[in-house]
Ligand binder design. Sequence first.
Ligand SMILES: Nc1ncnc2c1ncn2[C@@H]1O[C@H](COP(=O)(O)OS(=O)(=O)O)[C@@H](OP(=O)(O)O)[C@H]1O
Ligand SMILES: Nc1ncnc2c1ncn2[C@@H]1O[C@H](COP(=O)(O)OP(=O)(O)O)[C@@H](O)[C@H]1O
Length: 581
Amino acid sequence: MSSLPQHCPPPGVLDDLELIALGAAALRPFDAPGSPFSLALPPAVAEAAREAGGVQLVDPEGLVVAYARPDGSAWTVELGAAPDYGPFRRLRRPAGDVRAAQEDSGDAVVVPVEAPLSAAQHADLAGATGPVVLLVLAGHGWADVPATDLVRGALAATRDLAHVDVVVAPLARRGDPAADAALRAEVVGAYGTVVELPRGDGSLAAGATPPAREQGLVVLFTGLSGSGKSTLARALVDELLETTDRSVTSLDGDVVRRNLSAGLSFSPADRETNIRRIGWVAAEVARHGGVAICSPIAPYDATRQDVRRMAAEAGAQFVLVHVATPVEECERRDRKGLYAKARAGEIPDFTGISAPYETPADADVVVDTTGRSVADALAPVLRALGMDRCRPTAEVAPAPLAVELASPSAAPLKVLVVCTANICRSPYMELALRAAAGDAVVVSGAGTHGFRDHAMDDLMAAEARERGLDPTGFSSRAVTRELIADADLVLTAESRHRTFLLEEHPAAFKKVFTLGQFARGVQQVGEVATPRELIALIGRNRPSAEGVDVADPYRRGPEAAAACARHIDELVGVVGPALRE
Ligand SMILES: Nc1ncnc2c1ncn2[C@@H]1O[C@H](COP(=O)(O)OS(=O)(=O)O)[C@@H](OP(=O)(O)O)[C@H]1O
Ligand SMILES: Nc1ncnc2c1ncn2[C@@H]1O[C@H](COP(=O)(O)OP(=O)(O)O)[C@@H](O)[C@H]1O
């Protein structure tokens, strides 16, 4: 057993293992047809595990929490040690213990909670006649707020209710709504007799509000040696320190190589290790609300994508700045005499001379520093970060911006609307938004589980026609990576659609919102110059998505369809005009 390879699975899989250990879900093979559980093993790990006859699954601290053995294309899992640390560990009580205690007390009920408690829900709990187990579903990605905030909020909001006992179940979201719903039912049922609270109404119970926390930010400057990365990064750090109260960490290429990455060479593998280390540290800084400014060469696209992904997984905003000063100018500057040495063959594998630099296709800002002042070159970066209005313009004196922005604002804004099957809500959102936003916006739709080529649902089509919108010729489709990458803004009907998209495409974090959440953002932000600025601003200060989902009217009759259309009309009435140029 000890010769088996080790693998630390993603947080959702560790949650699944713990759910099973707590007796909240039945143990069954992972990656088997119909099983809600998947190990999500990377191909290389799976191959090594098959060869060795199994794999030890370890938590991030290295504790072996389970063993998995191959069984055809599935994995048979045997549980190992149980972790005994982590916030609110004492509340992760075995389901059997909770159930037994309830049976003793007769009329006890289990009330699942997966969002901060609303005032009305608190009143319902206060009015309960018997003991209540408030079961907080706090696994990876299940709730819209961080799990610890959810638990802390539930404890604070029920402090005055002596008959309410808080228990935590690490139920993680898998992204498939049907599988999630089935596992949720199994899990909550394992704790006892379940009573569901009515939906929250937006006003939160006292104590339930999650703490306001600034979203972290990772800025990655990439470009050739001598292009101006360190100079611009230093200027940005100064600007942040002077004009904001954010905590700022600088991860400069040269400095990192003298410390964190001392001893690494400039081979492709070592460069990758170096950048991944920078990405890891930057993401940790950003996870806690800090700003990390990184300025390595970072010559490979795949590694830069890794950093983008790490930042998104830490809930941070990510901005890629390509300092695109041409190699001729960098060589002319040759501040450190390295280009001369590289030309003389004294430094092998020198980026831009004898080693590759892959030009980013996904830069948020592209700036060539040739013949430009530092303030001038920094201006588009500040604009991308929404910092250009932090101080009086006379002080920064941004000259005309002679840069190529990654998404030229002349192009029409592309909005993708998403629901489950792309036959009810998203087609209606598409028609309504197109009518409200005008020609400057290109609206299209897709479903997280959309079938191809279905017509719009009859009842929703009737609602559309009643308002003069024309559903003829509509054809459903499933959402794809390309559709998300191509969109400037993605608006979903419900939070779970947003979660689904972000799990698959974490890098799209700053442009995916629920329609209701984005409408809230529009109301909070007020006037801005352009729709793109509006999206960036709302992306940085994302309002809560709680309580504003557009409910699914499918197969719920004409009244549900009419209510759904009215709800979308109301939200589109806010969002549509704001997206007009
Ligand atoms: N072979 C080779 N290629 C490129 N650069 C070299 C090389 N050897 C040493 N240097 C110096 O190392 C700095 C780049 O380190 P980075 O950590 O940013 O590079 S990488 O991102 O890991 O590719 C780079 O610093 P900057 O000029 O600040 O970019 C160089 O000073
Ligand atoms: N607009 C500008 N922005 C940044 N650097 C500039 C600019 N104009 C000239 N430079 C000079 O170019 C050099 C860039 O060096 P550095 O910032 O260390 O680059 P890198 O970190 O990419 O190797 C510095 O000597 C800097 O003074």
